[in-house]
Design a protein around this ligand. Structure first.
Ligand SMILES: NC(=O)c1ccc[n+]([C@@H]2O[C@H](COP(=O)([O-])OP(=O)(O)OC[C@H]3O[C@@H](n4cnc5c(N)ncnc54)[C@H](OP(=O)(O)O)[C@@H]3O)[C@@H](O)[C@H]2O)c1
Length: 249
């Protein structure tokens, strides 16, 4: 099956393209790097020619709520219109577990807009909502590091391997649209500070860790079990330790 992967050169996108190929399908890689801009729609009609399903794993790192909402609203509108013209039968969106439970996060606000447009849209859909990826702790360190150290909040998470998420996206995309959200999480819960410590050890990075909510990118509204998946989530197999080993290798 011909499946367009929007954001197909990104972290999740590359794995999704690989997973589709491994299952014998024909992925179409869509990104500005391949000549398509989903915020203007340029190149989209050609990219969707003959495509049966679209997997949207595009991203935007804006920390401004209005900008994030605008980005996801515009790209989703352009995609859904182009998909209708091209006769695409399935729109698969990658979202994030628990975004309805956190108010003060610009990216989550953008993802909520994206989810609402997909569920209200005319293209049959499936939403895959993933928990944080294993590289998330390292990202938080990189976002907050100064000469004094890196601030990491004591967030309880059940992180997942990007490769496992990509496998599920590729599996879902070639099946009938479900019209519901499928959650995916990893096999274990972790404290983000402990994940950051283990990530830094694996990297051989000696930055000092400051474990606190204050000055971190996340508010205390994310404490407790707010970031954890529901009971019916798909539990992927790869453990954080296995992923860390691969990073060391
Ligand atoms: N990080 C997590 O823990 C986590 C957890 C659950 C879900 N997610 C979701 O996963 C998704 C993908 O994240 P990621 O880390 O894979 O992102 P990423 O590595 O930053 O990749 C983003 C992709 O989007 C493309 N892109 C950006 N702007 C574009 C535009 N205007 N037109 C066309 N393509 C554009 C980029 O390619 P070009 O730059 O070449 O355009 C790239 O291929 C996000 O929606 C995020 O919400 C993340």
């Amino acid at each position: 099956m011909r499946v367009a992967v929007i954001g197909g050169t990104g972290l999740v996108g590359r794995h999704t393209v690989g997973a589709l190929r491994a299952k014998g399908h024909e992925p179409v890689v869509v990104s500005r790097g391949t000549g398509v801009d989903v915020t203007t729609g340029a190149g989209l009609a050609d990219a969707l020619d003959g495509v049966a399903a679209v997997v949207d794993v595009v991203s935007n790192e804006s920390t401004d709520r209005v900008a994030a909402e605008q980005f996801f609203a515009t790209e989703t509108e352009n995609l859904l219109v182009a998909e209708q013209r091209a006769g695409v039968g399935h729109h698969v969106l990658l979202s994030i577990v628990g975004i309805d439970r956190v108010e003060g996060n610009a990216h989550y606000a953008g993802k909520r807009v994206q989810e609402a447009m997909v569920t209200d849209g005319a293209i049959p859909w499936t939403i895959v909502a993933a928990t944080e990826f294993f590289d998330f702790a390292g990202k938080v360190v990189d976002w907050t590091r100064t000469d004094a150290g890196a601030v990491v909040p004591p967030l309880l998470v059940q992180p997942v391997a990007v490769a496992d998420v990509a496998d599920l996206l590729a599996e879902v995309a070639v099946r009938k649209p479900l019209g519901r959200v499928v959650e995916i999480a990893g096999p274990e819960t972790h404290d983000l500070v402990d994940m950051a410590r283990r990530t830094l050890t694996a990297r051989g990075d000696e930055v000092r860790l400051i474990a606190r909510w204050q000055d971190s990118p996340f508010g205390v509204e994310m404490a407790g079990d707010v970031r954890l998946p529901g009971d019916d989530a798909h539990i992927a197999g790869t453990t954080f330790e296995t992923w860390l080993e691969a990073q060391r290798g």
